[in-house]
Design a protein around this ligand. Structure first.
Ligand SMILES: CC(C)(COP(=O)(O)OP(=O)(O)OC[C@H]1O[C@@H](n2cnc3c(N)ncnc32)[C@H](O)[C@@H]1OP(=O)(O)O)[C@@H](O)C(=O)NCCC(=O)NCCS
Length: 335
C-alpha cells in the first residue's frame, strides 16, 4: 500500500483509534507481545492530555489512508532529560524519511524547552528501532529494564546529549551501540584522506569489524573510547590504547581521532583531545603518545594543544596507489 504524503500535526485526545492502530500493528509484528489497551494502555483513550499533564507533547502523522506515525516527548525529573516515547511508524511509511521527521520534531521541541539530554526505552526485540536510534546518535546506557507488563518486556535504555558540544566516555554497552555510527564516520574520514590504518575505499563491513573489536577491547578495559556529540548528533571519536607493557602502565597511546567531515572546524577535534587527556590522567596515564600524517589537520591541532614533536618519518604509510606519506610523532604529559 502506498502511503502518500504525510501531514504531521499535534496529536489530540480523540485520535485514539489512530494510536491503537499504530501501536497495535507494530506490537503484532512481534509474536508473544500482548496488546491489551484497557489493561495496559488506558492512557491511549486521552493521550494528548496524558502528555500535557506531564509537560510534554504528542504528534501524529497522517496520510490519505489513515495514520502513518506518532511520537511523543516529555520532561523527566533528572538531568534536564526529556524522554522520547510512543514512536511508531506504520509499515507503509517505513523508509520514507517519516521516522526522521518525527524524531526531528520531538527532539527540536525538547531542545526548545531546555532539554540537555534525550533518553528513551525500547523493547529489546525491536532491532530496526535500535538501528534507527543508533543512526540518530543515541547510545545504550545502563542496565536492561524489566517491565511488569503482560508481555514481561525487556527494554534497553538509549540516551544522548541533546545540545551543545559534549564529549563522553563510552562503556562497553554504549560502545557496541555506537559501532554503526563510528563505522560510517571512519569510512567518510578514510575517503577524505585520513591516516587511520585503512585504505580507501574502506568497505563498511570492514569498518564494522574494526569497531566491534574496539567494543570488545573496551569491555576488557584495554581501551577507552570517547564520543563527541554536536547538537544531538554523534560526530566524532577518539581512543586511548591502554594495552601497554607492565613497565609502561603510566602511559597510553591516543589513536583514531576521527571527526565526521561534515562537522569539521567546529571544535570537535579539540574537545575530544582535551577530554582524552583528562581521562588519561584520571586513569594514571601521565604520558601520552601519538603519530599523525605530516602536515595534516591533526598535526595542527596537536601543536595547538601543546604536544611536543619527537620526529618525522618519511614514507611511513602508503595509499592504494602506492604513494608514500610521511608521519610525525608527538608526546604530551597531560596536566
Ligand atoms: C584532525 C581532525 C580530527 C580535526 O577535527 P576538527 O573537529 O576539525 O578539529 P577542530 O575543529 O577542533 O580544529 C580544526 C580547526 O578548526 C578551527 N575551529 C574550531 N572551532 C571553530 C569554529 N567554531 N569556527 C571556525 N573554526 C573553528 C580550529 O581553530 C582549527 O583551526 P586550524 O586547523 O587552523 O588550527 C579531523 O580533521 C579529522 O577527523 N581528520 C581525519 C582523521 C585524522 O586525520 N585523524 C588524526 C589521526 S592521527
Amino acid at each position: 500500500m502506498a502511503s502518500g504524503p504525510s501531514v504531521l500535526r499535534i496529536g489530540r485526545d480523540d485520535d485514539t483509534e489512530a494510536y491503537i492502530r499504530l501501536i497495535g500493528d507494530a506490537w503484532r509484528e512481534f509474536p508473544g507481545i500482548v496488546f491489551d489497551v484497557d489493561a495496559e494502555l488506558p492512557e491511549l483513550r486521552a493521550l494528548a492530555t496524558y502528555f500535557e499533564e506531564k509537560g510534554g507533547r504528542l504528534w501524529l502523522a497522517e496520510g490519505g489512508n489513515g495514520p502513518l506515525g506518532m511520537i511523543a516527548t516529555r520532561p523527566m525529573r533528572e538531568d534536564g532529560a526529556w524522554e522520547i516515547g510512543r514512536m511508531y511508524v506504520a509499515k507503509a511509511a517505513r523508509g520514507t524519511g517519516l521516522a526522521h521527521k518525527l524524531l526531528d520534531t520531538a527532539e527540536a521541541h525538547a531542545r526548545e524547552q531546555g532539554a540537555e539530554r534525550m533518553v528513551l526505552w525500547t523493547d529489546t526485540r525491536f532491532n530496526a528501532a535500535h538501528s534507527f536510534y543508533e543512526k540518530r546518535g543515541y547510545v545504550r546506557q545502563g542496565a536492561i529494564r524489566i517491565l511488569d507488563d503482560l508481555s514481561k518486556s525487556l527494554e534497553f535504555r538509549y540516551a544522548k546529549p541533546a545540545r551543545g558540544l559534549i564529549v563522553e566516555v563510552l562503556d562497553a554497552a554504549a560502545a557496541a551501540s555506537a559501532e554503526r555510527r563510528f563505522s560510517e564516520i571512519m569510512v567518510a574520514c578514510v575517503a577524505d584522506g585520513a591516516f587511520v590504518s585503512f585504505l580507501h575505499p574502506l568497505a563498511i563491513e570492514k569498518s564494522r569489524a574494526f569497531w566491534k573489536r574496539t567494543s570488545s577491547e573496551v569491555a576488557q578495559a584495554h581501551r577507552v573510547l570517547l564520543g563527541a556529540w554536536l547538537e544531538g548528533a554523534l560526530v566524532g571519536t577518539v581512543q586511548l590504547d591502554l594495552a601497554t607493557p607492565e613497565n609502561q602502565q603510566h602511559r597510553a597511546e591516543v589513536t583514531k581521532l576521527l571527526v565526521d567531515p561534515a562537522y569539521r572546524k567546529r571544535g570537535v577535534g579539540e574537545a575530544l583531545m582535551r577530554r582524552a587527556e583528562q581521562t588519561a590522567l584520571r586513569l594514571g596515564r601521565r604520558l601520552l603518545i601519538l603519530d599523525t600524517k605530516a602536515d595534516d589537520a591533526g598535526e595542527k591541532l596537536y601543536r595547538r594543544l601543546g604536544w611536543t614533536e619527537v620526529g618525522y618519518i618519511p614514507d611511513f604509510t602508503q595509499d592504494a596507489s602506492g604513494q608514500g606519506y610521511a608521519a610525525r610523532f608527538f608526546f604530551k604529559r597531560p596536566a
